[in-house]
Ligand binder design. Structure first.
Ligand SMILES: Cc1cc2nc3c(=O)[nH]c(=O)nc-3n(C[C@H](O)[C@H](O)[C@H](O)COP(=O)(O)O)c2cc1C
Length: 205
């Protein structure tokens, strides 16, 4: 067994090691709008769903110059976002949208992604994303000088018909290929959902 005391390591090593261990991570692909309506898009893989209450959460770090990321700044200003989940055909634009860009650059326009209006929030949703969750900011939790946990209430959930099971009246993972984040620094950095299983309720033997 390799054992590391994370409190004794430099931050960069902690990030490299822990992001290679906590895998696979779903990726929140987030649209927000700024005060003049420009649409921002960025991926966040320190991401989780909280299903009761209906919420999602991700952490936003800081830009290289220490300022807030556009997604975070827009959420602070107007409290609205759409969190998408992407499938394999969208992996390249998803990855490209993680490049640090000036606030006036719309990654959606730059990447030529089609959008649809949302029902209850101002940021549009990505037309080709199989899942889009319209969200409102619930609260932020400061995790130190360089990281903020952002908690969002999910107000509307959209799913493409092609991933929907009429039998179960919810999405069926066997009908699409969600992409996931692996190690963030070295090694393979993305994966796609592979084999899936269906077991009954848990029982101890
Ligand atoms: C797959 C992927 C996952 C990422 N996950 C995170 C994350 O969880 N937290 C974070 O702060 N940045 C994360 N990033 C980096 C941001 O996407 C990047 O800083 C982006 O430029 C932020 O854009 P914005 O300033 O438009 O919000 C990730 C990048 C990629 C490609």
């Amino acid at each position: 067994m390799i054992s590391r005391d994370l409190s004794a390591l430099p931050k960069r090593d902690v990030y490299r090691i822990l992001s290679s261990l906590v895998i696979p991570r779903p990726i929140a692909w987030v649209t927000t709008v700024d005060d003049v309506g420009r649409v921002n898009l960025a991926p966040f893989s320190s991401f989780m769903g909280i299903f009761g209450p209906p919420m999602v959460a991700f952490t936003a770090g800081r830009r290289r110059d220490g300022s807030l990321k556009d997604t975070h700044r827009n959420l602070k200003a107007n409290g609205q976002a759409v969190v998408h989940l992407a499938d394999l055909p969208l992996l390249e634009p998803l990855h490209a949208s993680g490049a640090e860009a000036d606030p006036e650059v719309s990654e959606v326009a730059r990447l030529g992604l089609a959008t649809l209006p949302s029902l209850q929030v101002a940021p549009p949703r990505l037309a080709d994303a199989p899942v889009a969750l319209e969200c409102r900011l619930n609260r932020e939790l400061d995790l130190g000088p360089a990281s903020t946990l952002i908690l969002l209430d999910v107000v509307v959930a959209h799913a493409a018909e092609r991933i929907w099971s009429a039998e179960f009246d919810c999405a069926d993972a066997s009908l699409w290929t969600p992409v996931v984040r692996l190690a963030s620094v070295v090694g393979p950095n993305y994966g796609a959902l592979g084999e899936t299983f269906r077991l009954g309720p848990s029982e101890l033997p």
